[in-house]
Structures are given as structure tokens and as C-alpha cells.
Design a protein around this ligand. Structure first.
Ligand SMILES: Nc1nc2c(c(=O)[nH]1)N[C@H]1C(S)=C(S)[C@@H](COP(=O)(O)OP(=O)(O)OC[C@H]3O[C@@H](n4cnc5c(N)ncnc54)[C@H](O)[C@@H]3O)O[C@H]1N2
Ligand code: MOO
Length: 652
């Protein structure tokens, strides 16, 4: 078979245009109806109106425990003239729910009678007809409409159905969704440990299946097939004739030489959209084959999830006759400027937390391949296509990915990253499962700036003052005028050079970085490690230009370690714990202090109290020590109290 020519985005649309067109062309589609037993029908949507088979109640019944009477016979009773009722003749004992004895039409509560001997009671007030009686059909009348069609069944609905004699209910079948992962590079999750470079664990299929279930559908996950046009076409034909209501082809949606989705749909049916002006999720393909919706879901995981949410989720609900529930939104203040392309709807994952009464949104990594930008996110900020970006401090609307209650339990930490922070985050969760530490790694100086803008509860910082050899104090003096903070030592830690195991290039220290055969990986400007490194270069009289890779930077210790491990760089500067975690060799350079800056306005927050308690706990210390390269003897010590103008306390 001839390979189709590479086709670059056949018919690119804006997100609203694509959404409208897709909705228009699929609006009339419904899954087949089926009848399911009521106890299994929760969440299902009625395909037809449902009428009651029985009235509820279907007999006149007592609504209270007491005595059934004929109301008319009690009219003479009063406080002055109590009326005596003979049991078995004028009054009949009944319990709630009992049918009324013939001839009676009211119930007197047991508390309102005075027993007279064993066979009579006395009453001091008249009773009106039908008092405390549940009359036939009071709740439901047989033959009446109980539930309209296209009604999503809730727990109470199931009760009403059963009560009125309806044992099974006609509903729309769960949409069956054919999920076809494609890609020669994919290996099944069991083979993950043996994956070679170029091989990727297939996980989108599982993510998409879970999302289908969340929308009330049944996923039909298929085994992976390679990027080969003929086999893809054969599989797609099989999907079209199957009983699936929707077909998802995962990956192969963009412009690569082996991206066939659009061509496949074109071959067998109609491509409505190829390419949507959204990011992530741009290469999505929307089409119809013999009336069956087919979606080319982009391969990158974040793109796949967002494209699903935009196009598959609404479709799956619509197939069941109901609109997709809307997502909860909150207003938040943006913590960092975000640039965005005009004409492109951008979805930025953010962490959210309440600092000094304001809800702050801090952007996470934006790459479409970074699935942890979603697992770590508290919300998603959508930048409309008309905007070129959003400025720091602007109020934005954010879609929540957790419950609104969680926001008050989120601790925001912005600044430098240290591996002990992961231990801290886990300990916080263990102590109080509501507490969630959301961190954004922007370097020490970025953390101080976030404190200045009242955007964070905590900032991790290890800024060396090259004049004094001290850490953090002078930076606080310089940048936090008018902002009271406390400085707490988290740990002392070893910084040094990371090299591959066995040190193949024989690096002995920073002076060797000028060698032409050594490639370095740097840290970003404003990070404590960068300041430390520059200081060392200055001390050694080494010009930055003499170092290969000086201009090449990464944002975290672990990212530096990954570069060294993978061989992209021979050497980088990072903490000892990063070397241990990646099994790299470590050449110590210095020991530095890593502190937590805590704004005075957050000091009384119980979450901060818990942080301090954990840092001082033996368990935390043991875990940190086990990571290697840390000195925890002074962890938790207050290093300084800054009132915004001067040091109230300071440890030299
Ligand atoms: N020249 C261009 N290249 C790319 C463009 C473009 O416009 N021009 N678009 C980029 C964008 S945006 C995205 S998003 C991706 C999506 O591309 P595809 O849908 O064609 O997907 P692949 O290239 O096959 O895969 C992308 C990536 O995702 C991994 N993947 C795929 N399937 C799975 C799975 N089931 N489980 C886990 N991971 C999966 C795959 O291995 C790749 O790493 O294209 C850009 N390129
Ligand atoms: O859709 Mo791609 O995800 O824009 O990166």
C-alpha cells in the first residue's frame, strides 16, 4: 500500500470554532437504549420518560404511632369535656406505616392520649380528618410521570422508582469507546524496567480509559499497534464495524512522517478538523466515519488529556443525552507573568494557595510531555486566544482540580528546591492528609521576590553573600525592606561537582572545567548554586567564557544530575543528595546553609507550626540524614527575625 503524503494540519480551527462544529455534527447522536435493574442504574440517564406503576402509598396508612379513629367521632372532645374512646370500637392502636382500619380516617399520636384502664383512652382535643394519615397517592400516583427522559439518576431517584413498582429502567447505554494506542516506540507498562532509549511506556491508554469511565462510558482499550499505515487502516476498519460508539486514535496526529491519523480518517470518512489553536492539544483530529465520531488524540500526555476534555468528554455526555457538568472555577491572583501566543488558547497548569487572604496561582512547567505538571497542579488557567499573556498580579479565573476546601490547606513554597522538601511534603501529608505542599522551583532569588509580593508561605533559600561568606541575611536586607520575615535553618548540605560513575573524564575540581574535553551544565541565574559557582570561579580567577556549557542551564539539582547521567554533560554543580539519587560520583566543593524564609504574616498559621514541628522531629532528621550530604544538627533553628527594617535577632 502506498504511504500517504505527509499532511500538515488539514483544517486548523480556533477552539470555539472546533467546539461548535463538533457539537453541531454530533448533537443528534445517542447510544442505543437498554433496560437495567434499578439498583444498578445510579448515574445512568433515562432514555425514555418513566411512569409510576404503583401509587405511593398505595393504601391509607398511619403517619405516626398512636390510635386510628374516625375524626367525626372526636369533635366533642375538649379540655373541659375529655372524651373517652373504647379500644377496638372507637380507637385502634396503630404503628407508623400500618394500614388504617376500615372506617377510620385519622390518627392521634400516642403522646396525646391518656390511658384509662386496659381498654380505653381519653382525649382532650378534637381531631381533624386525615390528621397524621399518609393518603393513597400522596407521594406518587400510579400512571403519573415519575422521571422525564434524559434525566441523570441520583440515589433518591432509584428509591422513587422501586417504591412505585418500577424494577428496571430504560437508559442510554454507556458509550463504548474504542481506544487505540499507536506508536512503534511504545512498550507495555510491564516492560518499563527494560525500556531502551527511544522506547516509551504506553500509559495514555490507561489515562484515557479512566477518563472515559469518569464520563460514564466503557473503555475498550486495544493492544498497541505500530506506526504502519496498512495495519492502522485495518485496525480502524475493525473499529468502525465494531459496536463502539466512539473511536480514539492516540498519537500520530501531528505532522511527523509517521503521523497518519488525519490521512486514515480522510481515507475512510470525513475530517472535520485537523489542528485546533490550543496548547497543549494542537494536533487534535476530529472526524466522522459512517456516522461514528473518530478523534485523533495527540500523543503527548497533557495534550491527550486536554484534547479529551475539550472534545471527547462533551461528546460522551451528549451521547447519553445530557450536557457535561461544568468545571468549578475560582478567581486567583497570578504570581508570575505569563506570555502567550496571540491566536492560541493556552492551558497553563498552576498551583493554588491562600497567602495573606489572597488566592495565588503559580504557573508550573508548560511542556505538553510533562505529565507531572498535571499531577502536581491544583488548577488550570486558560489564557484566551485574544490575549498575548497575563501580567503578574492580574486576577485570573482558574479551573479547580481539587475541592475548594483544599485550598485553605495548601502550603505554597516558592524558591529553591532541595530534596529535603520532598520529605517535608510527605511528612505533612502523613501527619494531616488535608495538608498539601505545592512547590514551584524558581531559584532562591525568585523565592525572596515571591515573599516580597506576599505570594508564598515559605521560600527555600541558600544565597551566599560573597562579601561576608554568610547566607541569606544580606539578601533579606536588600530585597525585603518593609517585609518582616523569620529565617529558619532547614539543613546544611554539601554542594559539589557531579560526574558519571567512575569519573571518566578525571575531573578533580572546578579548575578542570576549562579543559576542552569537559562539558559543563550550569544552573539558572538567581539560583543559589549559580551564585556559589560564580563566586568560586571569581576566587579561582576563571573566566566563565572558558567553560564549555556555562550558558547552558537547568532549573533544579535533579535536572543537572539527569544531564550528567545521560551524558549530555560531563559535569554539573549540585547537592550531594542529587548525586546519590542518580548514582553519580560527587566531588565536594563546599557546605552551605539552606534556610526557609517564612513571612511574619504566616508565622501563626497552624500549617507553618506543623512544618516547624516536623523539621525538629527525629523521624524527619533520620530520613534526611539517610539521603546523604546533609548536616541536620541545627535543623529548625531560628537564624534570624527581621522586622522589615532591622534584625530583631540574628545568629552569626
Ligand atoms: N513538526 C511538527 N512537529 C510536531 C508538531 C507540529 O505541529 N509540527 N506538533 C507537536 C505537538 S503540539 C504535539 S502535542 C505532538 C503530538 O504529536 P502526535 O499526536 O503526532 O504524537 P506522537 O508524535 O506520536 O507522540 C508524541 C509523544 O507522545 C508519546 N506517546 C504517544 N503515545 C503514547 C502513549 N500511548 N502513552 C505514552 N506516551 C505516548 C510519544 O512517544 C511521543 O513522545 O507533536 C509535536 N510535534
Ligand atoms: O499540543 Mo502540543 O501539546 O501543543 O504541545
Amino acid at each position: 500500500m502506498e504511504r500517504p503524503r505527509r499532511k500538515i494540519y488539514l483544517s486548523m480551527k480556533t477552539l470555539p470554532e472546533a467546539g461548535r462544529l463538533w457539537k453541531e455534527r454530533t448533537a443528534e447522536l445517542r447510544t442505543a437504549g437498554e433496560t437495567v435493574p434499578v439498583p444498578e442504574a445510579l448515574g445512568r440517564v433515562t432514555a425514555e420518560p418513566v411512569t409510576a406503576r404503583l401509587s405511593v402509598p398505595h393504601y391509607h396508612g398511619a403517619a405516626m404511632d398512636g390510635f386510628a379513629v374516625r375524626a367525626e367521632a372526636t369533635f366533642s372532645a375538649s379540655d373541659v369535656h375529655p372524651l373517652r374512646l373504647q379500644l377496638g370500637r372507637d380507637a385502634f392502636p396503630v404503628d407508623t406505616g400500618d394500614p388504617l382500619p376500615p372506617e377510620t380516617d385519622a390518627v392521634i399520636m400516642v403522646e396525646h392520649v391518656t390511658p384509662v384502664g386496659d381498654d380505653a383512652v381519653e382525649i382532650r382535643a378534637a381531631v381533624f380528618p386525615w390528621q397524621h394519615v399518609r393518603k393513597v397517592g400522596e407521594d406518587i400516583v400510579a400512571g403519573e410521570l415519575l422521571l422525564p427522559q434524559q434525566h441523570a439518576l441520583r440515589p433518591a431517584d432509584l428509591g422513587a422508582l422501586l417504591a412505585s413498582g418500577v424494577a428496571a429502567v430504560p437508559v442510554f447505554a454507556r458509550p463504548k469507546v474504542w481506544i487505540q494506542p499507536t506508536g512503534t516506540e511504545l512498550v507495555s507498562p510491564e516492560k518499563a524496567p527494560e525500556a531502551k532509549p527511544g522506547q516509551i511506556v504506553e500509559f495514555n491508554g490507561t489515562v484515557l480509559s479512566a477518563m472515559v469511565r469518569e464520563c460514564g462510558g466503557d473503555p475498550l482499550l486495544q493492544p498497541v499497534i505500530p506506526d504502519d499505515f496498512a495495519s492502522l487502516l485495518a485496525e480502524l476498519k475493525r473499529a468502525v464495524v465494531s459496536d463502539a460508539d466512539v473511536i480514539l486514535l492516540n498519537a500520530g496526529s501531528s505532522a511527523g512522517s509517521e503521523d497518519y491519523t488525519a490521512a486514515l480518517v480522510d481515507e475512510l470518512g470525513e475530517v472535520l478538523v485537523h489542528g485546533v489553536a490550543m496548547m497543549p492539544g494542537k494536533p487534535v483530529v476530529l472526524g466522522l466515519i459512517e456516522g461514528k465520531p473518530v478523534v485523533g488524540v495527540p500523543g503527548y500526555p497533557v495534550s491527550a488529556i486536554l484534547a479529551f476534555e475539550q472534545f471527547v468528554r462533551p461528546l460522551l455526555f451528549s451521547l447519553q443525552g445530557v450536557p457535561a457538568p461544568s468545571f468549578p472555577q475560582v478567581d486567583a491572583v497570578l504570581g508570575r507573568k505569563l506570555a502567550s501566543r496571540l491566536g492560541l488558547e493556552e492551558f497553563v497548569r498552576v498551583i493554588l494557595g491562600r497567602v495573606a487572604g489572597r488566592l495565588i496561582a503559580m504557573p508550573l512547567q508548560r511542556g505538553a510531555g510533562v505529565i507531572t505538571s498535571l499531577t502536581r497542579a491544583d488548577g488550570i488557567l486558560q489564557i484566551p486566544q485574544e490575549l498575548e499573556g497575563v501580567d503578574v498580579g492580574e486576577t485570573v479565573s482558574v479551573r479547580l482540580l481539587r475541592s475548594p476546601d483544599d485550598l485553605d490547606h495548601t502550603l505554597i513554597m516558592i524558591g529553591s528546591h532541595d530534596n529535603t522538601v520532598d520529605v517535608l511534603a510527605n511528612e505533612l501529608k502523613r501527619r494531616d492528609s488535608r495538608i498539601h505542599l505545592s512547590s514551584s522551583n524558581v531559584g532562591s532569588l525568585g523565592g525572596i521576590m515571591a515573599v516580597r509580593r506576599m505570594q508564598t508561605h515559605l521560600a527555600g533559600s541558600h544565597l551566599l553573600d560573597t562579601q561576608t561568606g554568610e547566607y541569606n541575611f544580606s539578601y533579606i536586607e536588600r530585597y525585603l525592606s518593609g517585609v518582616p520575615v523569620r529565617l529558619v535553618q532547614l539543613a546544611r548540605r554539601r554542594q559539589g561537582l557531579l560526574v558519571r560513575k567512575g569519573n571518566p573524564k578525571g575531573v578533580r575540581g572546578i579548575e578542570d572545567l576549562v579543559r576542552p574535553d569537559v562539558r559543563f551544565i550550569n544552573r539558572q541565574t538567581g539560583s543559589g548554586t549559580r551564585i556559589l559557582f560564580d563566586y568560586r570561579l571569581q576566587q579561582l580567577g576563571i573566566e566563565p567564557e572558558a567553560i564549555q556549557g556555562y550558558d547552558w542551564d537547568e532549573y533544579t539539582h535533579m535536572a543537572v544530575a539527569v544531564n550528567v547521567l545521560s551524558g549530555r554533560a560531563d559535569c554539573g554543580m549540585a547537592i550531594h543528595a542529587a548525586a546519590r539519587a542518580m548514582e553519580l560520583d560527587f566531588i565536594p566543593v563546599t557546605e552551605e546553609r539552606y534556610d526557609l524564609l517564612i513571612p511574619e504574616s504566616c508565622w501563626a498559621d497552624p500549617k507553618i507550626a506543623l512544618v516547624l514541628e516536623i523539621i525538629a522531629s527525629p523521624r524527619f532528621r533520620e530520613m534526611v540524614e539517610a539521603m546523604g550530604g546533609y548536616d541536620i544538627r541545627e535543623s529548625g533553628r531560628i537564624m534570624g527575625i527581621w522586622d522589615g527594617q532591622r534584625w530583631m535577632e540574628r545568629i552569626f
